[in-house]
Design a binder for this molecule. Structure first.
Ligand code: BGC
Length: 768
């Protein structure tokens, strides 16, 4: 795999020159989507080289039967797989009967661009066919943000040295297999293929889950920019619909095909409506036309960038990195549908199967909260509220009672589908993230009503879980939590993981705190919630015994919280001393060796200190950072951002910058050697946090006060970002010599900068 082949550019991801070795990586990096659907940047024309074809529809999944070596009671029956959906982009091109295939042609002037400012993907190249014909190809494609069930392709072919026949064969292919399937089974059934004038549709349904999906296409042609009328020859096979257009092309002429595609699903329509809605969508798209559709796309992205953009001056790779992260996050989730969530690979790949991990609450909510309207973060919280019943069922299956909830490690519909015992049963810290997400949201938005209406039920159910999961240790005369996996998945079945115990204690305290607030300010709701959850005040006293007496492993000599009881028994050799040939250790070492080692996959103790930084002194943060950072291998994409933010908060800017570069260009520079599988979407929100919370020092704790403490890496001239704070738009600018705040809204904004209170009048700029 070649690294560093992406050309630095402020607004675009660019690949210059064709290298078959990079095809799969580029298919991930140049992915496009609109929050409802998305796809890898596969070529429209046939490609016989190595490729990973992928197109996905939000919320459409398949419960793939669990595959494990040794079945253990409590394992979920299935692992929900995000489903590779029917292909609507394919256009087979033939010149005088010879297939255009980049794997068999001689390619020059190949260029691919993902324009993040305007939300489109383009590709151009010069190809010499094995039979000698030379063509120039230009393609542009996007998935519409405005019409969120529609995508469009412009595909132009110019004949350079010949006159002859050119065949365009746009098709729909419902015979798609998942890259990630446990038993190599086929997940779709084709129900109906409908054929019309230049337009057609395939109705498919997923096996078991019975999601129905209509996939439609409509095509039109232009010769040298002038529309022409043509009609197709239709081929209908078992799972495909192909329209063949045989045209004549003269040397120097350009023929362009426009292909409009649409996915509609039973999530939004009745099954019997799907074909007509899909066909109507593509016909409407064709009527609007490619250019006009593209213009709406450009406008839609301009609106997104208004509150989401981060500008970095003086470091083009950092600039490209942050925009790539922000762009992909928006392509994955737009926040309008509380049934959807943010999969670790978004619409760029299939690894991690299900759509929702603790990544959403721990990493993504801050990004959506500050760059969009508060309703978006609220939808993410509602997603979990709506799945509370299933979380209670999950806990019951594992022996918990009385309405205790254990949210799943991975889910599509609220049911657990992770099936490695050390994660499914033990990585229970995820339950705390559900409550942390609510806490973070309430601090930032001050929307305590959310807790009253929905959140408190989740908070109570999670507090019940921790109360039952901890046990009293007579030897310690304290409560312990045994047999867990912390965020560091490179240790399993450990006792008293600091992060887990800390969250457990905090969750109970927060629950009691919220109950008190509701009791005093919302008496009716208090009674309603107590009745609904069957909670008595006496029960909360039982919880508090656990939170008041929680045990934390602590080493007096080093004044350190230990990651787990046995951590100091390990041989502590800093990562720097590991030969590079042995890294990443998850690809080079046996699993038992990893488990015994001191190496930490991702922030663990430090994750807790990041969440609750206001509860620790600066000295404590420094001490723990200095101990754990050198032992951390950052083999989870979620790790560098947390280390970057903490490094900035203890004034270690070079370290903060180093980790920032790693998180922001993790995929672009393929740090973990796996970008061909898809991009790391959820950690991209961590990249955003590294700037806004890390360098910008933005914090909002329980008091609801907005704080900044801006710093700037030595490598940058300046940076600026915008946040939506309770409906007010605030722009923050920091250069090496200046720090400015611009209030773009109609009401005054009060905040603290470097611990000094300031207030900014509407439409006023303040230099600090
Ligand atoms: C990390 C988890 C994370 C998951 C999905 C794993 O590698 O260790 O913390 O939830 O990836 O991003």
């Amino acid at each position: 795999m070649n690294k560093n082949y992406i050309i630095p550019n402020e607004w675009s991801i660019i690949e210059d020159g064709f290298d078959a070795e990079n095809v799969e990586a580029s298919e991930s990096l140049f992915s496009i989507g609109n929050g409802s659907m998305g796809q890898r940047a596969n070529f429209e024309e046939d490609y016989s080289g190595k490729t990973f074809q992928g197109s996905y529809i939000g919320g459409i999944y398949y419960p793939d039967k669990t595959r494990v070596g040794w079945w253990k009671n409590g394992y979920p029956e299935y692992f929900a797989k995000v489903l590779n959906a029917p292909n609507w982009i394919g256009i087979q091109i033939k010149i005088n009967e010879t297939n255009v295939d980049l794997n068999t042609c001689e390619i020059s002037n190949f260029k691919r661009e993902l324009n993040m400012k305007e939300g489109w993907l383009s590709r151009s190249f010069h190809a010499v066919l094995p039979t000698g014909e030379e063509i120039e190809v230009f393609t542009k494609r996007f998935i519409s943000v405005t019409y969120n069930e529609v995508g469009a392709i412009e595909y132009a072919v110019k004949a350079l040295n010949f006159s002859g026949e050119i065949t365009f064969a746009p098709y729909l292919d419902a015979g798609i297999e998942n890259e990630d399937a446990n038993y190599d089974e086929f997940f779709w059934e084709t129900l109906k293929i409908v054929d019309g004038e230049n337009a057609g549709c395939i109705l498919s349904k997923t096996l078991k889950t019975e999601f129905h999906v209509g996939t439609a296409m409509d095509v039109s042609f232009a010769v040298n920019g002038k529309a022409i009328e043509t009609s197709q020859e239709t081929t209908i096979a078992e799972k495909t619909l192909t329209y063949t257009y045989n045209l004549t092309i003269a040397e120097g002429d350009t023929i362009t095909i426009y292909k409009y595609g649409s996915y509609v699903s039973s999530l939004n329509y009745k099954n019997e409506e799907l074909i007509s809605v899909a066909l109507n969508n593509v016909s409407k798209a064709k009527e609007i036309g490619f250019k006009a559709l593209l213009n709406t796309q450009i406008e839609a992205w301009a609106t997104i960038w208004k509150t989401a953009d981060i500008v970095i001056e003086g470091d083009i790779k950092a600039q490209q990195g942050i925009r790539f992260n922000i762009f992909q996050l928006n392509q994955t989730y737009m926040g309008t549908d509380a049934r959807l969530n943010i999969g670790p690979k978004g619409f760029t790949g299939e690894k991690y199967g299900g759509s929702t991990y603790w990544d959403t609450e721990a990493y993504c909510i801050p990004f959506y909260m500050a760059t969009k309207d508060a309703s978006v973060a609220k939808n993410l919280l509602l997603y979990r509220y709506n799945q509370l019943g299933k979380a209670i069922e999950n806990a019951e299956k594992l022996g918990f009672k009385n309405g205790a909830a254990l949210y799943p490690m991975v889910t599509m519909n609220g049911e657990e589908c992770h099936n490695e015992w050390e994660i499914t049963f033990e990585e229970i810290h995820r339950n705390g993230a559900m409550v942390y997400g609510i806490y973070n949201y309430v601090n930032y938005t001050q929307d305590f009503e959310y807790v009253v209406k929905y959140g408190l039920e989740v908070i109570i159910a999670v507090a019940r879980f921790w109360h039952q999961r901890a046990n009293y240790s007579a030897a310690k005369n304290q409560y312990v939590i045994l047999g867990v996996t912390g965020p560091n998945e490179y240790e399993n079945n450990i006792n008293n993981n600091f992060y887990t115990n800390y969250l457990a204690k905090w969750c109970i305290e927060y629950a009691v705190d919220c109950l008190n607030k509701v009791k005093h300010n919302y008496a009716d709701d208090f009674d309603r919630i107590l009745a609904k959850t069957n909670l008595s005040i006496d029960e909360t006293y039982q919880w508090m015994k656990v939170s008041d007496d929680m045990y934390f492993p602590f080493n007096e000599e080093k004044q350190l919280y230990l990651q787990q009881d046995g951590f100091l028994d390990k041989e502590l050799i800093p990562v720097d001393e590991l030969p590079t040939s042995e890294r990443p250790i998850n690809q080079k070492w046996s699993w038992d060796r990893i488990l015994r080692s001191c190496y930490i996959k991702q922030a663990d103790v430090l994750q807790g200190m990041f969440f609750f930084e206001n509860k620790f002194s600066k000295e404590e943060l420094e001490r723990h950072f200095d101990f754990y950072e050198p032992l951390t291998v950052h083999e989870s994409s979620l790790s560098p951002c947390v280390h970057s933010i903490l490094a900035a908060s203890i004034d270690r800017m070079p370290k903060a910058y180093e980790q920032y570069v790693r998180t922001s260009r993790l995929d672009l520079d393929d740090y973990n050697h796996e970008v061909h599988e898809g991009c790391h979407i959820t950690s991209m929100a961590g990249t955003w946090m590294s700037i806004v919370q890390g360098f910008g020092g933005m914090r909002v704790w329980e008091d609801g006060i907005l704080n900044f403490n801006p710093q700037i890496p030595a490598e940058w001239k300046s940076y600026s970002f915008t946040i939506n704070f309770r409906g007010n738009i605030l722009k923050v600018y920091k250069s090496q010599s200046e720090c400015k705040f611009f209030n773009e809204s109609a009401t005054e904004i009060k905040l603290f900068v470097n611990d000094k209170k300031i207030s900014i009048a509407p439409n006023k700029l303040v230099t600090v």
